[in-house]
Design a protein around this ligand. Structure first.
Ligand code: PAF
Length: 286
């Protein structure tokens, strides 16, 4: 496995290596969710590139940039075990040359839900991913469904800035009890860890209400009521959205329930897709 710390070095290594490139961007603190992306990339590409970069642009004032879990040795060992070919680990100065303030704007999609609670977050994500795509120039890029709004932003980024990269969205990896894996789960005390499961339960309550005939808004309200009643959990939102546009789902469309809540001081997100019932095949005789 090769570790590159500068763009020039990475471009050189990629030029020498050749082959379809699968790219897994991360902020480190690797867990099974990241490793599932690497395994999928291994299946689909000849060369697997992972970036490890805690991107300051996507953290707001008062967020956990300084405290964000970092363990370079452990991350590199895991990447090596999973047969990542190249790890790109740039410094902040390498990614953002001092004095250069060129940025990508995620637009209206970046200003709602997560973006409303974390102003500028998706501009930061779009900027760093655009830079990484420019340097790595991947054929395929692998993102987790857990960050559903990020996935929608990246889809728009690829289309809007004409990247050739194909986006592959991989399923959320969960603990056996349903808690979505997240690098931020390490912040949870054992008691908070138990309480955090309420996000997943609230999504299931919303999905159940939708399947039982509630409209998406009423179904989401039921999930939110459940979440609000949990001790030590402070809900931010539980909303139904169209998974691609993040607008209100129209009748008969797939509904993605997205949730965010603070458990103690840790902000967690999760989501659950309810697919519209399949139309029965036409049996009309010709
Ligand atoms: O999902 C993440 O870990 C980050 O938002 C990403 C895509 C690596 C950009 O910093």
């Amino acid at each position: 496995m090769k570790v590159c710390r500068s763009e020039v070095e990475l471009r050189q290594v990629l030029r020498d290596a050749g082959g379809p490139v699968g790219f897994v961007p991360t902020m480190g603190a690797l867990h099974e969710g990241h490793l599932s992306l690497v395994r999928r990339a291994r299946e689909e590409a000849d060369l697997v590139v992972m970036s490890i970069f805690v991107n300051p642009l996507q953290f707001g004032v008062g967020e956990d940039l300084a405290a964000y879990p970092r363990d370079e040795r452990r991350d590199l060992d895991l990447a090596e075990t999973e047969k990542v070919d190249i790890v790109f680990m740039p410094s902040v100065e390498e990614m953002y040359p001092p004095g250069n303030e060129m940025r990508v704007r995620a637009g209206a999609l970046g200003d709602i839900l997560e973006g409303a609670s974390r102003p500028g977050h998706f501009d930061g994500v779009a900027t760093v991913v655009a830079k990484l795509f420019n340097v790595v120039d991947p054929d395929l890029a692998f993102f987790g469904q857990k960050d559903a709004q990020q996935v929608a932003v990246i889809r728009r980024l690829i289309e809007g800035l004409s990247f050739r990269t194909r986006l592959i969205v991989c399923p959320t990896v969960r603990e056996p009890d349903g808690l979505a894996l997240s690098s931020r789960n390490v912040y949870l005390s054992p008691e908070e860890r138990t309480r955090a499961l309420a996000l997943w339960t609230s999504l299931q309550a919303a999905a159940e209400a939708l399947r039982s005939g509630d409209d998406p808004t009423a179904a989401a309200a039921k999930g939110l009521d459940f979440l609000a009643a949990q001790e030590g959990v402070l809900p931010d939102y539980l909303e139904p959205v169209n998974p691609a546009t993040f607008e209100r789902p129209q009748a008969g469309e797939d509904t993605l329930f997205v949730v965010a809540a603070k458990v103690g001081t840790t902000r967690l997100i999760d989501n659950l897709l309810v697919q519209r019932p399949q139309q029965p095949e036409s049996t009309e005789e010709i």
